[in-house]
Every structure is written in structure tokens, then in C-alpha cells.
Unconditional design. Structure first.
Length: 372
């Protein structure tokens, strides 16, 4: 017989029942022989109290009712003894469940047996771990929401305050001449553009990280895609006094991607490289293949990203400079958007930085037709 079935709760209770019957029978047999010896085989003196009591019970009640009552009592006693561990373990599991149901508390039940109770305890432990994970994720979500509100409020309030200030200045006719008014209108307009850019980035970040609509993937020539993107970046590079170099180390790179989404990701990476790498006068793009992955590297030669900042640069609203200035940095969402888009394509993005260069490296699985 399979040991898996023998070790079940059902069989344990059957064994407890059989052992209780056997133990009770042994006890009754032993007791009956002892009483028979005391009363009939080796009778005690007639004046002995226990001898008188035993004879009275036998004569007036009878041995059969007495043995029946003793058998029931002994069976119940032994059954409770043999099932004590099972019941005790069940009570322990019940206490564990009660503790787990208290919000915020964690408890692990020791798995002692291989029967249904052991399986139950193991499943309860798994449930407890998942519950704790869910509670932790919920707390992180609440904290993330609060941080998002704080970040949006901060970044919206700064340019909005400037816009309102200049418009109020104009509305109160405090401008002495038309040139001054045009100057203030120009500043308010530029601040409004910053507001629009931040709102657009916020919507894009929310859409990307909430899953949004499913990606419509198509087979994409990543080499041609990056060449075209580099050429389209020439005006922005020229304005920053920069040039670009394209290092191509492979014959073909085909991936499954949504081109519009990928354009958004790499535009953000290139814009970031221009913003922080203009001192290096050059932007470098590298294309290569590593195993079954297509690798794209966007490099700039500006100021090094600090070791403490590097692990956080893909977080929303995080900027290496603490001033959160719109003049020295963007909305703080560009890299977070890029990371979300890359990960939606089952890709990976990492950043590396030293005194000489900063690299943003993306990896995508090659399409099945592009692996050969």
C-alpha cells in the first residue's frame, strides 16, 4: 500500500480507533482476571472492605454491565490519548490562522507531518507570505502615490507660480512700456510650455506604467531604426554643440517592438544625454549582439553620475541635482518613462557611469527570425 495513503488523517484516526479498542480490551481482560483472582481464586478475608464491595457489585449489578461501562470509559480514554497530538496540532494551526487574520501580523506554522494537516500548514504559510507581500505592496503603493502627488505638486507649482506672477503684473498695468510687457508675456509663455511638457510626461508615465493599451508589436530592424533616430537628433545635437558617432558591430538586429513606443524611449535617452553630456561635445550610439539579445548603448561624456544617485535615476521625479530646477534638469520622468517602455518590450535597461563617460544600455530579445 502506498505510504501516502497510510499517513493520511483518516488512517491515523482508524489506527487510533483500533489501538483504543485493543488497549481497552487488554485493560478489561487484565482487570477481570485481577477481580476474579481477588474474589474467587484467592479470596480475601470476609471482613475486607474491597471484598465486600466487589461481591455486592457482582451480585446486584452484574459483571456484564460493569465490563461494558469500563470498556466504554477505557476506549474513550485511550482514544483521546492516541489522538491528542493530532488535535493539539489542529489547535496550533487554528491559533496560527487567528494570528494571521490580525492585520499586519505575520506567523509561520511549523510543518510537522506529511498528512493533510501538514499540507494545510504549508499552504497557510504560503498564504501568510503572500498576504504579507500584498500588504507590503499596498503600503508601497500608498507611499508611491503620496510621493507622486508630492512630486507633481512641486513641479507644477514652481512654473505655475511664475506664470501667475507675471500675468498678475501685467493685469495690474504695472508694465511701463510694451517691450516690458512682451518680455513678461514671453516668460509666462515659456513657463506654460514647461507646464505642458510636465503634464504630457506625467500622462505618458501613467500610461506606460499602468499597462495601458497592449503593445502592437511588429518585426523591427533595430539598426535602421537607430540610424534614423540619430539623424533626426542632429538639430538638437547641433543646438547643444554636439555631434554623434554610431558604432555598429553587427550585420543585422531584428526585434519585436512597437516603433512609436520605442521612439519615445530612445528620444528620452538621447535628450538626457544631450542635457547632461554637452560638455563632452559628443554623443555615441553603439549597436551590438550578445547571444540572443540586441544591445543598444547611448553614451555621453559629460559629468559623472554619483554612485549614490546611479541606483535611483530611473525613479520618477528623481534628479541627480537636488535643486529640481527646470533649467538644469527635465521633468524627472523621462528616464522612468524609458524604463517602463523598455520593460514592456521584455527588455532591460541599465546605467553605468565613471569619470569619462555615462552609458545607458538597453537589451531586447532578438526576434525568432533574427537569431540565425
Amino acid at each position: 500500500m502506498n505510504t501516502k495513503y497510510i499517513s493520511t488523517i483518516r488512517w491515523k484516526f482508524i489506527w487510533a480507533f483500533l489501538l483504543s479498542v485493543l488497549s481497552g480490551a487488554v485493560l478489561l481482560t487484565t482487570g477481570y482476571q485481577l477481580v476474579n483472582s481477588m474474589v474467587y481464586l484467592n479470596p480475601a478475608p470476609p471482613s475486607a472492605p474491597y471484598s465486600l464491595i466487589l461481591k455486592w457489585i457482582i451480585n446486584h449489578i452484574g459483571s456484564t454491565p460493569l465490563l461494558t461501562a469500563a470498556g466504554i470509559i477505557s476506549f474513550l480514554f485511550f482514544f483521546f490519548m492516541y489522538t491528542r497530538k493530532i488535535v493539539s496540532y489542529l489547535e496550533e494551526i487554528t491559533r496560527g490562522i487567528q494570528q494571521i487574520t490580525r492585520l499586519g501580523e505575520s506567523h509561520r506554522i511549523e510543518v510537522r507531518t506529511a498528512d493533510e494537516l501538514g499540507v494545510l500548514a504549508e499552504n497557510i504559510n504560503i498564504m501568510s507570505e503572500r498576504l504579507q507581500h500584498s500588504l507590503l505592496e499596498e503600503r508601497k503603493a500608498v507611499q508611491s502615490k503620496n510621493e507622486l502627488i508630492t512630486g507633481v505638486s512641486h513641479d507644477l507649482r514652481t512654473p505655475l507660480t511664475s506664470v501667475l506672477g507675471y500675468l498678475e503684473y501685467i493685469e495690474q498695468d504695472r508694465c511701463r512700456e510694451e517691450t516690458e510687457m512682451r518680455y513678461y508675456v514671453s516668460i509666462a509663455y515659456q513657463k506654460s510650455l514647461v507646464l505642458r511638457k510636465l503634464i504630457d510626461d506625467l500622462f505618458e508615465y501613467t500610461r506606460v506604467n499602468s499597462g495601458g493599451l497592449p503593445l502592437v508589436l511588429e518585426r523591427l530592424d533595430l539598426k535602421a531604426f537607430m540610424r534614423q533616430l540619430a539623424e533626426e537628433s542632429v538639430p538638437a545635437l547641433s543646438k547643444a554643440g554636439m555631434t554623434y558617432e554610431l558604432e555598429d558591430q553587427t550585420e543585422s538586429l531584428w526585434i519585436e517592438a512597437a516603433p512609436y513606443e520605442l521612439v519615445r524611449a530612445y528620444e528620452n535617452l538621447i535628450a538626457n544625454a544631450i542635457r547632461y553630456g554637452r560638455e563632452g561635445k559628443k554623443l555615441e550610439m553603439g549597436l551590438s549582439r550578445e547571444g540572443d539579445e540586441a544591445v543598444v548603448r547611448i553614451s555621453n561624456f559629460g559629468e559623472m553620475i554619483g554612485e549614490n544617485d546611479l541606483p535611483h535615476i530611473f525613479e520618477r521625479f528623481y534628479r541627480a541635482e537636488r535643486s529640481r530646477s527646470q533649467h538644469t534638469g527635465g521633468s524627472g520622468l523621462g528616464l522612468a518613462i524609458a524604463k517602463g517602455i523598455v520593460e514592456r518590450h521584455q527588455g532591460v535597461i541599465v546605467a553605468q557611469s565613471d569619470r569619462y563617460r555615462t552609458d545607458f544600455i538597453t537589451r531586447f530579445p532578438l526576434s525568432p527570425d533574427g537569431k540565425s
